[in-house]
Design a binder for this molecule. Sequence first.
Ligand code: NDP
Length: 247
Amino acid sequence: MNLLGKTAVVTGGSRGIGKATVLKLASLGANIAIADIGDPSLAEETKKEVEALGVKAQCYSLNVTDFEACEETVKKIIEDFGGIDILVNNAGITRDALVLSMKEQDFDAVISVNLKGTFNMIKHTYAHFMRKRSGRIINIASVVGLSGNAGQANYSASKAGVVGLTKSVAQELAARGVTCNAVAPGYIITPMTEVLSDKIKDDITNAIPMKKRGQPEDVANAIAFLASEEASYITGEVIRVDGGMAM
Ligand code: NDP
């Protein structure tokens, strides 16, 4: 498997699953555009690690909820790199609460980043991929988008939306040589999940058939496969990376 000469855009690429993804794609030869809203010094650190693998890397400060900013960033990346081959929609947030106490703005914020942000980036790369008659779109969903989860109505709805978006885009672009797939992680050790209490961590881990939490690299490996030539006949698929959690 190699991605030599390809350009990959990874949203939320400076830490967690996004960081593991940029390092994996770079290790296979892809040049990397990191588009993240977070701490610029973290993105720069990740960029240096990517460059040490011998590929080109660039950071773009981007809030994926901003439709126009996504358009500008995609344009800039195409200018800087000469094109885009792989889009990984990884940026995501949680605002957990039972519906009884969930604030309207927490529902909106999660839908806005996880679902609308994914749409925004697809919307602005769509014509580029169509013209090239090639491209790989990989959206990060979640097993709770397949099963639901008490306390995560906003997050589960956003990720179920990502699955529907993925399958629709896959159907629209299939005849153009562009694939669109999703990866649905289970419980992965990242800054997003490190904030959970020890009790919740233990409860979730006990509910996983493999009895262990996943590593960001487990998810990155599935993303790299979907980005590769070897996955060229796979589209509209959702690959769970969850130690059997949502079987
Ligand atoms: P992290 O919180 O560790 O990383 C998410 C990254 O996305 C951060 O760099 C964050 O920046 C960035 N981000 C957040 N909002 C925006 C935005 N509006 N625009 C651009 N970038 C943004 O999360 P994970 O690595 O754990 O998660 C990555 C993806 O995987 C998410 O989509 C998540 O929902 C999904 N996932 C994770 C699971 C897990 O167990 N960890 C399980 C299932 C799915 P900042 O730091 O400033 O917020």
